[in-house]
Design a protein around this ligand. Structure first.
Ligand code: ZN
Length: 452
C-alpha cells in the first residue's frame, strides 16, 4: 500500500481539550506515520513543500468513530414502531417479526447496507452483538456460523471493521423459561455448546475480530455465566452484556437470585476491564461501585434508550466510579454518533437540571478511543503515530455547522455533515458519498424484502 497524506484544517489530537489547526497527517500500510501541526509553536521549520500533494480536508477531522453496540437487523424497524403506545416489550415483538425472516443471504444484504450507512456517519468500527445464530426453528445451518460469516462479510463490503460479539442466549427469562417461537434460533442449548460453536468461527480478513456476549441475565442461567466469561478471558477477547436496561430485569433477578443483575455478574466473574455493560440504565449505588471498581466499561445507547422509553442512565456517576464510557446506536432508531455523544451530556442536564457534566473532549473520547477499546481495538481511535489510520472529517460550513467553533462541533454536527471517512488508510467515503454502496437504494430494497 502506498503512503497517503492529508492536510486537516482542524484535527482533534489526543489529550487536547479542543481541535488543533493545520495538521499534516500521513499514513503508510494503514497506520499513521505523521501527525504534525504545521502552524503554531509545534510547527516544523521546513514543511511547506509537503503541502502540494496532500489531500485537503476542510472542516474538523476526528479519529474513527466506534459504534460499540449494534444489532444490524433492527435497522429494518426504523420508523415502523411508533404506532400506539407500547413499551420495550411490545417493540420487542415487532423486532422478532423481522428476526424470523432473515437468512444468511438476506442478512448479508441488510447488514451491508446498514454498515454502509454507518460508514457514511463516520463509523469505522462496529460491535455487532449477534444472536440470530440458527435457522428460524433453531436448526443450525450447514455452517453453524453462517450468520456470523454474513455479518463479517457485510462489514468488509461496507469498508468498516467489525467485532463480532457472539451472544450466548439460552433462556427466555431469569427463572430459566425455555426459548419459544422466534427466540428458538438464538439458542445453542447450553453454554458449553455455545462455546464450541463460537470457537469454531475464525473470520476472514484483518478487519474482523471475535468477542463474546452474555445476552443478559434473562438469557444465560447463573451457573453457566462463568463458561462464557472464561471463554472470553482465555482468548483475551472483549465480553459484552446487556445490563439493567429495564427495571423488570432487576425485579426478576432479585426474585430468583436474591441480588441485582450486576451483583450476579460480579459473583460469576463476568465483570472486569475487558467487559462492557450495555445500557446499565437502572443500577443501584452498589452496582455503580461494583462496575467502577472492576473497571467494567459501560456502553450508553441514548437514542435507543429514549426511543424505547427505557430511562436515563447515571452517566456521570458511572464515569466517576471508574467505568470508561462508550457509545452505541443499538436499535438504529438513528445512526448518528454525534447525537449519541451529545445526548450523554444533555440527558444528564435533564436529569439534574444543571449544565456542564462532560467536556467536549470526554464525549469525543467516548465516541472514538473508548469505543474502539471496548471492542478490542486498542490501537484505534486516536490521531497519533502508530495508530490505525482512521479519519472522519465533518464539514464546518454546512447549514448546521456554519459559524460553529471547531470545539463545538459535537454539539451541532450530525452524521449528514460527515464528508470524508478513511478506514485503515483506505478512503471509504469521499465528498459525502460511499465509494462502493448506494446506501439509500440498498436500504430501501433490503428492508422491503424483510418487512413484506
Ligand atoms: Zn442491544
Amino acid at each position: 500500500m502506498t503512503a497517503t497524506r492529508w492536510l486537516a484544517e482542524y484535527a482533534w489530537l489526543p489529550d487536547r481539550s479542543e481541535p488543533t489547526a493545520d495538521v499534516l497527517i500521513e499514513a503508510e500500510d494503514g497506520r499513521f506515520t505523521t501527525v504534525t501541526p504545521l502552524t503554531g509553536a509545534a510547527a516544523p521549520t521546513a514543511g511547506v513543500e509537503v503541502l502540494t500533494d496532500a489531500v485537503r480536508l476542510p472542516g474538523l477531522t476526528l479519529p474513527g468513530l466506534a459504534n460499540a453496540h449494534s444489532h444490524a437487523f433492527h435497522r429494518a424497524l426504523r420508523g415502523r414502531t411508533h404506532g400506539g403506545r407500547g413499551d420495550f416489550w411490545t417493540w420487542r415483538d415487532q423486532m422478532y417479526a423481522v428476526a424470523v425472516r432473515l437468512d444468511p443471504d438476506s442478512y448479508l444484504a441488510l447488514a451491508r447496507a446498514t454498515y454502509a450507512e454507518m460508514a457514511l456517519a463516520g463509523i469505522t468500527c462496529v460491535g455487532e452483538f449477534h444472536y440470530l445464530h440458527h435457522g428460524p426453528d433453531g436448526t443450525p445451518y450447514a455452517d453453524p456460523n453462517a450468520m456470523s460469516a454474513a455479518l463479517v462479510e457485510a462489514a468488509a463490503q461496507a469498508g468498516i471493521r467489525i467485532t463480532l460479539l457472539d451472544a450466548c442466549y439460552l433462556t427466555a427469562s431469569v427463572d430459566g423459561g425455555p426459548l419459544a417461537g422466534p427466540q428458538r434460533r438464538f439458542g445453542d442449548g447450553d453454554a458449553a455448546r455455545w462455546a464450541e460453536r463460537a470457537a469454531a468461527f475464525t473470520p476472514d480478513g484483518g478487519h474482523a475480530r471475535v468477542g463474546a456476549a452474555v445476552h443478559s441475565v434473562r438469557a444465560v442461567p447463573a451457573e453457566q455465566l462463568s463458561t462464557v466469561a472464561r471463554w472470553a478471558r482465555e482468548r483475551d477477547a472483549p465480553l459484552h452484556v446487556h445490563l439493567s436496561e429495564q427495571p423488570a430485569e432487576n425485579d426478576a433477578c432479585r426474585a430468583v437470585h436474591g441480588c441485582t443483575p450486576t451483583r450476579l455478574l460480579a459473583d460469576r466473574e463476568v465483570l472486569g476491564p475487558a467487559t462492557t455493560a450495555v445500557h446499565a440504565t437502572h443500577p443501584t449505588s452498589a452496582d455503580l461501585a461494583l462496575l467502577g471498581e472492576t473497571r467494567t466499561g459501560v456502553c450508553l445507547c441514548p437514542t435507543t434508550e429514549r426511543d424505547l422509553a427505557d430511562g436515563i442512565g447515571p452517566a456521570r456517576r458511572m464515569a466517576d466510579a471508574g467505568s470508561p464510557l462508550s457509545l452505541g446506536s443499538d436499535s438504529h432508531a438513528v445512526i448518528d454518533l454525534f447525537e449519541e455523544a451529545r445526548a450523554v451530556e444533555l440527558d444528564e442536564r435533564l436529569r439534574t437540571r444543571r449544565r456542564g457534566h462532560f467536556p467536549a473532549a470526554r464525549l469525543v473520547d467516548a465516541a472514538t478511543a473508548a469505543g474502539h477499546a471496548a471492542l478490542g481495538w486498542t490501537d484505534a481511535g486516536r490521531l497519533a503515530v502508530g495508530a490505525r489510520a482512521d479519519l472522519v472529517t465533518v464539514r464546518l460550513d454546512t447549514a448546521r455547522t456554519a459559524g460553529v467553533p471547531p470545539v463545538g462541533a459535537f454539539f451541532a454536527a450530525t452524521a449528514a455533515d460527515v464528508t470524508h471517512v478513511v478506514v485503515d488508510g483506505r478512503a471509504v467515503v469521499a465528498d459525502g458519498r460511499h465509494r462502493s454502496v448506494d446506501v439509500p437504494a440498498e436500504l430501501r430494497a433490503t428492508i422491503a424484502e424483510v418487512t413484506r
